[in-house]
Design a protein around this ligand. Structure first.
Ligand SMILES: Nc1ncnc2c1ncn2[C@@H]1O[C@H](COP(=O)(O)OP(=O)(O)OP(=O)(O)O)[C@@H](O)[C@H]1O
Length: 248
């Protein structure tokens, strides 16, 4: 197990959004978080790299760990945690810089040796299936790339730091089917090197790419199992109804 939450409760002000969630994410697997809108998928995902530190009304109880490291122990640096647990968002968010500098910026912040930066960037772009498309125009502004290319650049910006975990919050929801397909293929190769947790609304996508699936409802983890069991043999009535398309 790579990442875990135990007895996790999360409140925004008075509102309890995560209710006693217990979950362990296995190493080098893709786990999908599914459930109807507002059930707490993104909130759970964001807990793992301390994104809620930015919300003054968020309050967390419980234990969240990366291996044996307690993510919420104040002696651990948030910057270091976010280097080990990277995140890719719903909408591609490249910096207003060149393709090359989008990756160099992250490496410079983390003080990687200057002479290693060009080869690390090439490796990350190759790993993100983008190198062949951009190798001759690395100085081009990243915002001039297509939406799908921008999202692969954001994935490259995450993997260039050699994280252990990649959190993905609906990374394909703004993309066309061809770009989505490329990112899904990419996710399936990335899991050889990284542990991946992905929020998705797309049941077909969850079936195609995930090894494990966690179904959430109203802030609770209702069922967590292999993708095969969740989609073919769900144990809970709620899961059965959700994956059967009866609500959500
Ligand atoms: N910063 C915040 N402050 C207050 N409430 C919030 C905040 N972020 C999320 N919430 C609330 O927490 C609940 C869970 O939201 P969350 O975004 O985690 O759900 P979700 O399952 O990811 O939904 P969706 O599929 O629509 O993205 C919702 O009721 C939402 O309104």
């Amino acid at each position: 197990m790579k990442l875990s939450a135990h007895n996790l409760n999360l409140y925004f002000g008075e509102k309890k959004v995560l209710k006693n969630v217990n979950i362990d994410f296995p190493k080098n697997k893709v786990t999908a978080l599914i459930g109807p809108s507002g059930c707490g998928k993104s909130t759970l995902l964001r807990t793992f790299n301390r994104m809620h530190d930015l919300s003054p009304d968020a309050r967390i109880e419980g234990v969240v760990k990366l291996d044996d490291l307690n993510i919420y122990d104040n002696k651990n640096s948030v910057t270091e945690i976010r280097k080990r647990i990277g995140m890719v968002f719903q909408k591609a968010n490249p910096l207003p810089k060149s393709i090359y500098d989008n990756l160099a910026y992250a490496l410079n912040i983390h003080n990687f040796p200057k002479d290693e930066i060009p080869s690390m960037i090439e490796k990350a772009l190759k790993e993100s299936y983008l190198w062949e498309e951009v190798k001759d125009e690395l100085k081009k502004p990243a915002v001039k790339l297509s939406g799908g290319q921008q999202q692969r650049l954001c994935i490259a910006r995450t993997v260039v730091l050699r994280p252990e975990v990649i959190l993905m919050d609906e990374p394909c929801s703004a993309l066309d089917p061809i770009s989505t397909n490329k990112i899904e293929e990419l996710i399936m190769t990335l899991k050889n090197n990284y542990t991946i947790v992905i929020v998705t609304h797309n049941m077909q996508q969850a079936q195609r790419i995930s090894d494990y699936v966690a179904f959430m409802y109203l802030g609770e983890l209702i069922e967590y199992d292999t993708a095969e069991n969740i989609f073919k043999h769900p144990q809970q009535e709620l899961t059965k109804n959700y994956v059967g398309g009866h609500f959500g």
